[in-house]
Every structure is written in structure tokens, then in C-alpha cells.
Design a protein around this ligand. Sequence first.
Ligand code: R5P
Length: 297
Amino acid sequence: MTPLVVGGSAHPQLTQQLAQALGTVVHPMEVEVFPDGERTVFLREAVTGCEVVVVQPTQQPAGEHLLELCLMCDALRRGGARRITAVVPYLAYARQDRRETGREPLGARVVAEILASARIDQLICVDLHSRAVEGCFLEPVSHVSAAPLLAERLKNFTGNSVVVSPDLGGLKRAEAIARPLGIPVAVVHKQRLSGDAVEARGIVGDVKGRHAVLVDDIISTGGTLVAAAQAVIAAGAQPRITVAASHGLFAGPALERLATLPLERVLVTDSVPPPKSTPFPLEVVPLSKALVEALNR
Ligand code: R5P
């Protein structure tokens, strides 16, 4: 039986595309924001006994989108929905997957607790910052990798290219893209100085004379990509850069920062709504087919 598809305010276009790919239409629901900033949702039709797919990535404002997701799930559950699958292509706070000093929260675990309180049955996410985040959830988590979709778009890359991970944590992700393309991998030794400042300390791998493809999970402020691109060009890579990332958040100064780079192409998925315009060529890779496959599994 085709599930009902419901979406919040975070990404109506993806909700629409997913419903279409499932051969249905979006179930009518309204989101209302009160003057004091509180939100509520209203289901226009009954959901009793239904299996429901709720689509809501949690990009900026992350807290509002997360709460809206919980409100939708509560309305569905109280309305008698039989089963709720939350499709959260970009899961905020997943970068807080470990404690460095012992004096900070485990943000990913906190978000998992919040979603558990919303009584979801299953979660579908795309490229979580690390697979360890799955362990924060008691509910089953289906993890969709964008690597095959991004690699498909890069299939014309030749042996004179190199896939570069801008930090050690992203090495496996970079390998997942480099392997089908048959090109080598290099990795930048990154040091994070603050939320929006990073420093490249060195490169492992051969980038000299090669066209670098920087692969990352998230483009947030762009600091990581700028540091990595500058480092590979300084190490002799061609002065043109291609970027492939799962989540294009483009927060704060990202667009201005990235405008300083010789970017040939930037590929992101539609896990969050893309910016209306960018100072570089942006290609948005649709996720709906891969999400439907995950739902069918
Ligand atoms: C960090 O571990 C992530 O994989 C990304 O590299 C990071 O979140 C990107 O953030 P920004 O664009 O702000 O440097």
C-alpha cells in the first residue's frame, strides 16, 4: 500500500518529488507560526490506520525544523497513524557525535532522544556525519549514501584527477567516490580552530599537476573547502577545483568564501533546498529515487 506523504516547511520541493516518485500526492497539512515564534501543524485529512512518510530535513533554523518534525509526528500519532517513517535527509547535530573534552554535550544523542519522544518508527537519513550516529538511536536507521549519485556525475574524470578528502574523518567517503572512478585519493590534515575557521596543516597523497575533486559531507561556512583547496593548489594541483558534497548548507559567509576559489563545478544533493543563486556553477543531484529505494527496502 502506498504510504501517505507529509512534509513540513523545511523542504516542500523534496516532499513533492518524493510523493511523485511514490506515485501519490502530498497529504494536505498546514504549518502555522504564531506571533511569538511558536509553531503548530494541522492535518487537513484523517490519517487513521495509515502508514506515513514525513519529510523534513533539519537545516537552518535547525531547532525550529526539528521541533516542527516532532509536532508533525505527534499530530500523526494522535491522529491514529499506524507507522511513521521520518525522512530526514540532512540531520542537524550529527556532527556532535563524540565528546572531545568531556565538558560538552553529545548533541547527536540529544537529537535521537528528541526524535524518540516523537515516536517515529524508522528514520531515513543521507550521509550522516559518521555511521556512529546510528548508535544514538534505538529506532532502525536507514542510511542512504549519496556517493554513487555523486560518482555518476563525475564519471568523465580521468586518471589525471585526484579525489581529495579535506579531513581525515572524510577519507572513507572520498574513497567511495574515487573507487568507481578509478582515480587516486589524497587527504588534507585539517585542524579546526573554531566553528567557522579551519587550517590545513599538510597533505597526504600526490596532487601535483592533477585536477582535484574535493569531497565532503557538509558545506557549511565553506571554511574547510577553502583551506583544502588552497592547500592542494599550493601543493601543485591544477588551479581549478571541483567539489562534491552531500549537504550544501551554505551557511553564513560560505558563498563569499567559495567565490574566492577557482571552482569549476560544485555538486550537492537536494537534501536541503539549494541557494537561489551562487557565484559558481552549482549542480543539484536529486535524491528522491534513492530515498524511494530506501523506503521500499
Ligand atoms: C567536518 O567534520 C565536516 O565533515 C565538514 O568538513 C564541515 O562540517 C564543513 O564545515 P565548514 O564548511 O563550516 O568548514
